[in-house]
Write a protein that binds this ligand. Structure first.
Ligand code: NAP
Length: 283
């Protein structure tokens, strides 16, 4: 049986769960494929991707730090990738070009509304971060009906650029990290930063951000989610979630783009939760 080639590109990427997730989807759907993790520095990414295509690569996922750079390597983009200015899914076209899409936002919304049963409509949302992940989830949260989104990033110019790109000044505003105390409270706080990948000292956010309804979501999972979710627990956020559900759901969206079948996600989520990713939100 011919196994079509897929891969995730990033740096670092060795610990990515994507190969396991796609192997599990392949098993349950009966679709033969090979999915590997390919390390590429920002300087190497373009060349590594072309080599992969020359060797029969049919599609890929793009992770930190290449999501924004991948946009320039695609000949065509989906509407959601264009709005995000970031690509997490590559599809090789019949003409031998890359088509870029972004399934991160759909993955997060599906996890929040399906798995966690949250109604996002009318909610006030604080989005921490303005990198590739924040760019991916912001349009989908807006489409899910949030009432207002405040974007706060360590580097303010990046938050400004994201807000400008979203083009909804009445609903989306950028604010400085130092102003967090003056922003009021939020029903949803999304950590889309990679802060915990640094020294981990990351999260000292004001309690005033939290109300009786607040859900805190970290796009990170495992150890990288500990600082933010520990803050959320200490601040008595009503619900807390890590990024494992989003990871599985965005992978299923990519799988559907490549293979035309959306796999069941709950068994894969349960398998990873049991074996790999402790639920650090547990009391
Ligand atoms: P990225 O493009 O490199 O952006 C990193 C973001 O984190 C930027 O906003 C950056 O701010 C901020 N940041 C980094 N260190 C910080 C610190 N010490 N304090 C405050 N902010 C800091 O990365 P990304 O692709 O957006 O990914 C962000 C995180 O989301 C990663 O940890 C990734 O694993 C996770 N993620 C999870 C999923 C999932 O499916 N669960 C999907 C995508 C991403 P500056 O602009 O100031 O540098």
């Amino acid at each position: 049986m011919t196994r079509t080639r897929y891969a995730v590109f990033g740096q670092p990427v060795a610990h990515s769960l994507s190969p396991r997730i796609h192997a599990a989807f392949a098993d349950t759907t009966g679709i033969a494929l090979e999915y590997t993790a390919i390390e590429a520095s920002p300087d190497e990414f373009s060349e590594v991707l072309e080599t992969f295509a020359a060797q029969g690569g049919a599609g890929g996922n793009v992770t930190l730090p290449h999501k924004e750079a991948a946009v320039a390597l695609c000949t065509t983009l989906s509407e959601r990738a264009r709005r995000a200015g970031a690509v997490n899914t590559l599809v090789r076209t019949a003409e031998g070009r890359w088509h870029g899409d972004n399934t991160d936002g759909a993955g997060l919304v599906r996890d929040l509304t399906g798995r966690h049963r949250l109604d996002l409509r009318g909610r006030r949302v604080l989005l921490l971060g303005a990198g590739g992940a924040a760019r991916g989830v912001a349009p989908a949260l807006l489409d899910a009906g949030v009432q207002q989104m405040v974007v706060v990033n360590r580097t303010p110019a990046r938050a400004d650029a994201l807000v400008d790109a979203l083009g909804e000044p009445a609903r989306v505003i950028a604010r400085y990290w130092d102003d967090l105390r003056e922003l009021g409270d939020f029903e949803l706080i999304v950590n889309a930063t990679a802060a915990a990948r640094g020294d981990g000292s990351g999260f000292s956010l004001p309690l005033s951000l939290v109300n009786s309804m607040t859900t805190a979501v970290d796009l990170n999972y495992g150890e990288a989610a500990i600082p933010f979710l520990a803050w959320a627990r200490a601040s008595q956020c009503r619900n807390r979630a890590d990024g494992l559900g989003m990871l599985v759901e965005q992978a299923a969206e990519s799988f559907a783009l490549w293979h035309g079948v959306r796999p069941q996600t709950d068994p894969v989520y349960a398998m990873l939760r049991e074996r790999d990713v402790l639920l650090v939100t547990a009391d």
